[in-house]
Write a protein that binds this ligand. Structure first.
Ligand SMILES: C[S@@+](CC[C@H](N)C(=O)[O-])C[C@H]1O[C@@H](n2cnc3c(N)ncnc32)[C@H](O)[C@@H]1O
Length: 265
């Protein structure tokens, strides 16, 4: 938990009008918990290790990527967090640049952002393998019928922000096998879950099948009503690649993903 007051500026939410919130997920308890978790790790220096300028880094830029950016509050806050706590620790001259990339299926969410924005599912069509230093996802995590998720996704409805299919983990399950390939050598992944997503099982699967070491970096009881469901406990998972050297098995690098994501529907 954070013990020092936040040093990041209060963000302007002028764009989050009632009209806007009819189409785009409004910044909510989960949004701010995710920001708090990341800031807390930045304050303790834990986040710095994602931004080590090792010679083995495949690119000269840091890549900070958020899937499902919604209102943009998380990525904008992360920009301020890095400026405040992480980047000033670099020696000068700093030849590394940072690129902030966001995706969302909802074009209205992307409209406000000043960053590189891509309307896509997860990170489909982006070539970011082994380049992402910080990957962030506050996914649709509420358990729903698969048909509800499918309708919301195909029609780009606001419900796509929370409809997570059975167990609420539909998108999480598709993304997780790709994470170790997406992350840079020292990269980290922050994922929001709720108790019913079975986060301990997620961490176990990530470790045994996908070479990702994860911890629950933050949890919070915060009764919150979403899509008529009461959500009480949020958990923020932090995962990083256990070993970058993949085991070669049958001529294939174990843990390497095939190009693209499985087509969901
Ligand atoms: C719970 S909201 C989080 C929004 C924002 N990141 C926040 O924390 O306030 C989930 C976001 O993911 C987007 N989304 C849903 N399914 C997605 C998918 N398959 N690929 C990318 N974004 C998706 C939704 O449109 C929504 O903006």
């Amino acid at each position: 938990m954070k013990n020092k007051p936040s040093k990041i500026p209060r963000l302007s939410l002028d764009h989050v009008t009632k009209e806007y919130a009819k189409d785009v997920y409004e910044p909510s308890a989960d949004t701010y918990l995710l920001v708090d978790a990341i800031e807390s790790d930045a304050m303790t220096g834990r986040l710095n290790k994602c931004f080590t300028k090792s010679d083995s880094k495949t690119s000269n830029a840091f890549h900070i990527v958020e899937i499902g950016c919604g209102s943009g509050v998380v990525i904008t806050s992360v920009y301020h967090i890095l400026q405040q706590y992480v980047f000033p620790t670099f020696e000068k001259p700093n030849y590394f640049v940072s690129e902030f990339i966001v995706t969302d299926i909802n074009a209205k969410a992307l409209g406000w952002s000043q960053l590189t924005c891509v309307q896509t599912t997860l990170l489909e069509s982006l070539e970011l393998d082994q380049r992402i230093d910080l990957l962030i996802f506050n996914p649709p995590y509420v358990a729903t019928e698969l048909s509800e998720l499918e309708r919301a996704h195909n029609e780009r409805q606001l419900a796509a922000a929370w409809a997570g299919g059975p167990n609420g983990t539909f998108w999480i399950d598709i993304l997780l096998p790709c994470v170790s390939t997406l992350l840079s050598k020292d990269g980290a992944f922050y994922l929001v879950t709720i108790a019913s997503n079975n986060p301990y099982h997620i961490l176990q699967v990530m470790k045994t099948q996908f070479h990702l070491f994860g911890t629950i970096t933050f949890f919070f009881f915060f009764p919150f009503q979403l899509a008529k469901q009461k959500i009480e406990k949020f958990l923020i998972l932090n995962m990083s690649v256990q070993k970058r050297n993949f085991v070669i098995a049958n001529g294939k690098r174990k843990g390497e993903r095939k190009k693209g994501y499985p087509t969901p529907f």
